[in-house]
Design a protein around this ligand. Structure first.
Ligand SMILES: [Zn+2]
Length: 196
């Protein structure tokens, strides 16, 4: 799990200090100016909803740093989805299970709000489109089109300047949950079906 620090993290920190009228820490702003724009590895034993511990950073911090989410541009490989943190003993646990250390459930707090918000954002941005895995292992979002072939409909999408079936062509949209399904790009459709 990695975090990419905002390019202007130091400036943002100083701005926050001015806004909330507390003195800035020159040591911390010096540290921020060294790590801004960098991608750092997160120490995953102790996870939080709005901050991150990093592993030691040579030349910056022997123990690692505590970075606030507001200074983070992107979380890569976020493993917090479905996880909770015990506010009593600080351990990360699967949501819905009791804490593996103290055995309690009442201190558990979900820590996946940012990753959930990101998923919702992606879903909102791609409303009405389906997610398709293409040959190179990447994903694309496309608006599905349908054509009548005999008694049934085939689903196709535009891709790379051509028209392609989705899967074997007999895939269909089964309500809103289809938008969480990953479809496969099928074969290119003959010219006669090509885009009008
Ligand atoms: Zn606990």
């Amino acid at each position: 799990m990695l975090i990419k620090i905002k390019k202007d993290a130091c400036e943002r920190y100083l701005r926050r200090c001015r806004k909330y009228k507390h003195a800035s820490n020159s040591g911390w702003s010096a540290v921020l100016s060294k790590i801004e724009g960098k991608t750092l590895e997160v120490e995953t034993k102790h996870l939080f909803k709005d901050q991150y511990n990093t592993v030691p950073i040579p030349g910056v911090s022997d123990k690692g740093l505590r970075v606030m989410h507001c200074d983070v541009e992107e979380v890569i490989g976020d493993i917090r989805l479905g996880m909770a943190r015990c506010s009593y003993c600080g351990l990360t646990t699967v949501q819905g299970e009791s804490c593996s250390k103290c055995g309690e459930m009442s201190y558990l707090e979900p820590i996946d709000e940012y990753i959930k918000a990101k998923i919702d954002e992606e879903r909102e941005r791609n409303k009405g489109r389906i997610k398709i895995k293409v040959d190179d292992g990447n994903y694309v979002y496309r608006t599905p089109n349908f054509m009548q072939v005999g008694n049934f409909q085939q689903m196709w999408v535009r891709y790379n300047g051509g028209a392609y079936l989705v899967g074997d062509g007999d895939e269909y949209i089964r309500g809103p949950e289809s938008y969480d399904t990953i479809f496969k790009l099928g074969k290119q459709i003959e010219n006669k079906y090509k885009l009008k």
